[in-house]
Design a protein around this ligand. Structure first.
Ligand code: SAH
Ligand code: SF4
Ligand code: F3S
Length: 461
């Protein structure tokens, strides 16, 4: 058997795409290896969201060059950088064998066949027309031993956020039919998966035959599924129906990731986000009324072109006002062909040091707020879905609360069980404690540390 190694960068879509690649490779008699050094095929599934993400890909590619030299391994690049750069990537990286975009994963066996047999260097980056696009169905066996899994509900993005490269790399929105989604969820539940996260770049505009809220409700009813999550939502099409689903279905986890990007209406307009801060807060207030205690997280960009000190202060104020559970914050990175990159000079680029200083100030405030949330939980009991052992200490268990807080704890519960944990210590992003009760056992015999293709997927945000 030949061996493959997939290095995954970027978001949940890429993690999920890498699994589909591994399934295609398994059909070609390739097996996964957890280390690149003995691989015959190395695939980098790449992210183009910020310049740093691209740099990371290039440095990883440099490392794999030695494997290529010693073992004649084939090297391919997929994902968003592949889609953006297309054949240019082959010119830039002379030892690269093939380049394929996110729409071409199904063609992977054919691409590799051409590289192996005809010694061709291959580029496949055409988008598939919406009507013709077929979502690959996950092979549930890939997920045996896993407790939580992603399920794709749509691809692409029809928004035009001026900073964002995703519409260029993932094409137009296409929704996956709801029956297909629900069948996949049921397959996953049968192999022991207890939590699913429905994923897409903009799930609120889902149009797969039923509304997104209905899709969540139907997913929650699949036997064996205890927790339902989703990501990502754009605030401008967050419907009342979705908010109501949080009121009525407790299996929809009390966590909402609602990227706001910044606290200034002027900047939001330049970002083409299509909502004001007041509208955003109004949606959030409704959500918190429907599900008190819901954890809210967000994404923030600081140093968008033209952002003044006062406008940055508005983001700081919004952070204090909303009291996010957590934020993912980034300095603005101009991306090729995006509106904000093209107009950066007109709007006034924010100097790098200023951006970085702002980011540090914001992150400090957020760390304090996150720490206040987690510290308040010390002494209380939280419900944890056990995912396996702790990565810090193999004698401890690891899982997450419905609010998506990570918990490392002393206990003996198997992966797939739901337990009560008494919280004894906290850091801003983690809870620690001990198991005090077993609420539910796993639905199937657990497989600790499954040796599945996931072991060779190294995701980095
Ligand atoms: N579809 C998601 C966003 C996916 S990208 C949504 O609309 O919420 C994840 C995050 O990366 C974005 O929310 C944004 O905060 C950040 N991001 C995107 N483009 C960026 C850029 N050019 N520079 C810095 N951060 C960026
Ligand atoms: Fe990018 Fe905006 Fe689409 Fe999110 S909604 S993927 S930020 S264009
Ligand atoms: Fe995801 Fe990065 Fe592409 S965030 S959609 S892998 S640009």
């Amino acid at each position: 058997m030949k061996r493959y190694f997939i290095h995954t960068f970027g978001c949940q879509m890429n993690v999920n795409d890498s699994l589909r690649m591994s399934e295609a490779l398994a059909k070609m008699s390739y097996e996964p290896t957890p280390v690149p050094d003995n691989a015959d095929l190395i695939i980098l599934n790449t992210c183009a969201i910020r310049e740093k993400a691209e740099d990371k890909m290039l440095s990883a590619l440099g490392r794999y060059r030695t494997v290529k030299a010693s073992r004649k391994a084939l090297i391919g690049v997929g994902g968003c950088v592949a889609q953006q750069e297309k054949d240019k990537l082959l010119k830039k990286v002379p030892y690269l064998d093939f380049v394929f975009g996110p729409d071409n994963i199904a063609k992977l066996p054919e691409i590799i066949g051409r590289v192996e047999n005809e010694r061709e260097r291959v580029v496949e980056t055409a988008f598939v027309d919406s009507e013709e696009y077929v979502f690959p169905r996950a092979d549930a066996e890939t997920s045996r031993g896993k407790v939580t899994e992603f399920v794709t509900v749509m691809k692409g993005c029809d928004n035009v956020c001026s900073f964002c490269v995703v519409p260029h790399t993932r094409g137009r929105e296409v929704s996956r039919g709801f029956t297909d989604v629900l069948l996949e969820v049921a397959d996953l539940a049968r192999v022991g998966v207890r939590e699913v996260t429905l994923i897409g770049q903009n799930v609120n505009s889902y149009q797969g035959g039923i509304s997104f809220a209905q899709l969540l409700l139907r997913t929650a009813e699949v036997p064996g599924i205890e927790r339902v999550r989703f990501t990502t939502s754009h605030p401008h099409d967050l419907s009342d129906e979705l908010i109501e689903a949080f009121r009525t279905q407790p299996k929809i986890c009390p966590h909402f990731h609602l990227p706001v990007q910044c606290g200034s209406d002027r900047i939001l307009k330049m970002m083409r986000r299509d909502y004001t801060v007041v509208q955003y807060l109004e949606r959030l207030a409704k959500l918190r009324e429907a599900r008190p205690g819901i954890a809210v997280t967000t994404d923030i960009i600081v140093g968008f072109p033209g952002e003044t000190e006062e406008e940055f202060e508005m983001t700081m104020q919004l952070t204090e006002q909303v009291r996010y559970d957590n934020q993912f914050s980034f300095v603005f990175s101009p991306r090729p062909k995006t509106g904000a990159a093209l107009r950066e000079n007109d709007w006034g680029p924010v100097p790098h040091e200023v951006k970085v200083a702002r980011l540090e100030r914001l992150q400090k405030v957020q760390r304090r707020i996150s720490g206040e949330y987690t510290a308040a939980l010390v002494g209380s009991e939280v419900e944890v879905l056990v995912e396996g052992h702790s990565k810090y200490d193999a004698t401890k268990r690891f899982g997450r609360t419905p609010e998506n807080r990570t918990v490392n704890f002393e206990g003996d519960a198997q992966a797939g069980a739901i337990v009560k944990v008494l919280v004894e210590r906290s850091t801003p992003n983690q809870l620690a404690g001990k198991q005090v009760a077993l609420l539910q056992g796993p639905t199937v015999a657990p497989v600790e540390d499954p040796v599945e293709p996931q072991t060779c997927v190294v995701a980095e945000a």
